[in-house]
Design a protein around this ligand. Structure first.
Ligand SMILES: [Zn+2]
Length: 438
């Protein structure tokens, strides 16, 4: 028997000690993580190194509950150069994407999805909920491709993906038969969540009821694109809340966008926010695409296109925030970084930095069915360490200097080095330089 297999000692436990960083409030915080359980096992201002620790220097970094991405489109990501949207609005994006998507093969879907997912991981987001188009001329090709990326990232321990089958419209009436069948196939093929955009259906209320009924029958979550319009008469959000009220078997309901709620009167906002709270819907504003796609026909004082965040908070609704589209027909820019989303929630939704970070981290975790992370013993070891002295400083800088911990292990690390050109010190002041006072 080889000597190496005859050791009388069990292997030392291997833990990860994040040492010397700041907590979100700026105070010193050390964390010990256990990759075998995926949990934080120790949290204190200063922890002594112990046997089995892998020491990770977090000097000058802020330790934060890791962000999640509650609403991505990995199948569309990084396609903007190939499917330009000169109109710049939502319908222009849909036209450009639908004209292009049928020509994409599975390998191309998978390559872009993986590249976009890895950008998210590098920035600290290791749980990603992605909507994936399912529809005529495309079938389940995109779903199979992103499912292969999900499997690869799970196997490598880099990230967890949740896949929403985003069925095309129409879904109702005789014209919707093909899409209804495709959605059934997508859920049978392994999609985790029922999705759709009922405001694009000729019968938004009917489409909403159909999607909710399917989720109830399958006991899966439902995650809809709702009211992605400034048209105040749309309000499919109200239909969504009413449809959910018919069931008690749906494990998680999410409404993305909810743009038209933002243009209602305060009274209507409060009324609908109460209905949303009672229905248990988590709302996900998506400031990047809301700002990019909405209001293009407003020449004066364009609305921001964000939902009524304050009214939803006041009603007790979980309000998460996501990045949505990245460098595709629906958004020409975006860097797959929750710090970007958080900064937009500060600037465009007027949240405090702490509330903005909550919206991209723990509120997002709640929305997609995960337990929260408070950086305490026993919490999931899902952590982003990023350069800064406090949470607000980290959001403002959005440095790429980061260490990413997923399931207790370091899965990504980015270092940044800045150098300045040499510049001579100023000549010392001498007595000859002094000018006497008058
Ligand atoms: Zn979306």
């Amino acid at each position: 028997m080889p000597a190496s297999s005859a050791s009388p000692h069990p292997p030392l436990p291997t833990t990860v000690l994040l040492c010397g960083g700041h907590g979100p409030d700026g105070d010193r915080l050390d964390l010990r993580c256990d990759p075998s359980t995926g949990l934080i096992v120790d949290a204190a201002p200063q922890l002594a190194e112990q046997d089995g620790d892998t020491w990770v220097d977090c000097s000058d970094l802020v330790l934060l509950p890791a962000p999640v991405e509650p609403h991505a489109h990995l199948d569309k990501a990084l396609s903007g150069d190939r499917a330009p949207n000169p109109k710049g609005d939502l319908l222009g994006a849909i036209e450009a994407w639908h004209a292009y998507r049928g020509s994409i093969d599975e390998a191309d879907f998978a390559a872009r999805a993986k590249a976009a997912a890895l950008e998210l991981v590098a920035h600290g987001t290791t749980t990603i909920r992605s909507h994936v188009d399912v529809g005529p001329g495309l079938g389940l090709r995109g779903l199979y491709a992103v499912a292969s990326v999900k499997e690869e990232l799970a196997r490598s321990g880099l990230a967890d993906l949740q896949l929403v089958a985003l069925i095309s419209c129409p879904l109702t009436g005789p014209e919707g038969a093909e899409n209804r069948d495709l959605l059934r196939q997508a859920m049978a093929a392994g999609a985790d969540i029922v999705g759709g955009a009922p405001h694009l259906d000729p019968d938004p209320g009917g489409a909403t009821r159909d999607l909710v009924a399917r989720a109830a029958a399958l006991a899966t979550p439902v995650d809809l694109h709702v009211d992605e319009t400034l048209d105040p008469t749309m309000l499919a959000l109200r239909d969504y809340a009413a449809a959910l009220g018919e069931y008690d078997t749906i494990p998680g309901a999410v409404a993305g966008h909810c743009v038209s709620l933002g243009v209602q009167t305060p009274e209507v906002q409060a009324e609908i926010a109460a209905e949303v709270a009672a229905a248990g819907i988590a709302v996900v504003p998506l400031p990047q695409t809301n700002l990019y796609l909405q209001s293009r026909d407003h020449d004066v004082s364009p609305p921001r296109g964000l939902t009524a965040v304050a009214a939803l908070h006041a009603a007790g609704v979980t309000v998460a925030a996501g990045a949505d589209n990245v460098r595709d027909p629906f958004n020409a820019v975006g860097r797959s970084d929750a710090l970007e989303t958080a900064a937009l929630m500060v600037m465009a939704a007027h949240l405090s930095p702490a509330a903005a970070w909550h919206s991209v981290s723990n509120a997002g975790r709640t929305a997609i069915g995960l337990p929260p992370v408070h950086l305490e013993e026993g919490d999931p070891a899902e952590i982003l360490a990023v350069r800064g002295t406090s949470l607000a400083d980290a959001i403002a800088r959005a440095s790429d200097e980061r260490i990413v911990v997923h399931r207790g292990a370091v899965v990504a690390r980015t270092t940044v080095a800045t150098t300045f050109a040499p510049h001579p010190a100023p000549a010392p002041i001498t007595a000859a330089d002094l000018v006497p006072l008058p």
